[in-house]
Design a protein around this ligand. Structure first.
Ligand code: G3P
Length: 224
């Protein structure tokens, strides 16, 4: 499972990159716009925080294939090898995906709501397809079921593409996706905190501390 952080908030990226086994950062135009700052300064700072090894997914703002490719080449030149260009699923996007695949530039086809959209994006050469789990759940759909079907189709057709599930609001949604073999999830810091939390864990930790202190007071292993 790849864990990716879905934000352009630099403090959140710094924090999560330090404490969680993160594989990268995803952004989109809404996420970038939220920061109300210079685009290049922001994405280069994100790259600087996460380092060259981790993935950085940045979405194109173009709507015509040739222009998407031009933007993708610039993004890769400025942000390095492990940069993936996010393109929403549409005709121009598929054309651009095919062109970028030939150039060796990784594409994440995003705003996916059906397995059929994901399959054709993978066929065009997407490295990742990003279904929106919570938005599906909100509209009386089943986000996990869509993720599960996409995982199955990629396997059946032996396509070199991973599911990068996005748009999560609960830890349960994340868990359900991992249990159907989803390859990667992109989540907020709040979701990561939810994933590692459990009230009984807090009780267990408090018990360890209480029992230790009852015998050794404030000594730690380093003091013996
Ligand atoms: O990566 C896509 C994601 O940011 C969409 O999330 O919460 O706006 O549905 P949300």
């Amino acid at each position: 499972m790849l864990y990716i952080l879905d934000t352009a908030d630099l403090n959140s990226i710094k924090h999560c990159n330090e404490f969680y086994p993160l594989d990268g950062v995803t952004t989109n135009p809404s996420i970038i716009a939220k920061e109300k700052t210079d685009f290049w300064k922001l994405v280069k700072e994100i790259r600087n925080i996460i380092g060259e090894e981790k993935m950085l997914h940045v979405q194109t703002t173009q709507t015509v294939a040739e222009k998407i490719v031009e933007e993708a080449k610039l993004l890769k030149k400025e942000l390095g090898e492990n940069t993936f260009v996010k393109i929403p699923i549409c005709e121009e996007g598929l054309k651009a995906t095919t062109m970028l695949k030939k150039m060796g530039i990784g594409v994440t086809v995003t705003a996916i709501f059906t397995p059929a959209q994901a399959l054709i994006a993978a066929k065009a050469g997407a490295s990742f397809v990003a279904p929106y789990v919570n938005r599906l759940d909100n509209f009386l759909g089943d986000g996990t079921e869509v993720v599960s079907e996409i995982v199955g189709q990629l396997e059946i057709y032996n396509l070199d593409c991973k599911v990068l599930a996005a748009s999560f609001k609960t830890a349960e949604q994340v868990h359900k996706c991992s249990s159907v073999g989803c390859h990667s999830v992109t989540v907020t810091e709040e979701l990561l905190e939810m994933v590692i939390s459990h009230p009984m864990t807090d009780v267990a930790i408090a018990g360890f501390e209480r029992d230790w202190k009852s015998v050794y007071q404030d000594k730690t292993i380093l003091d013996f």
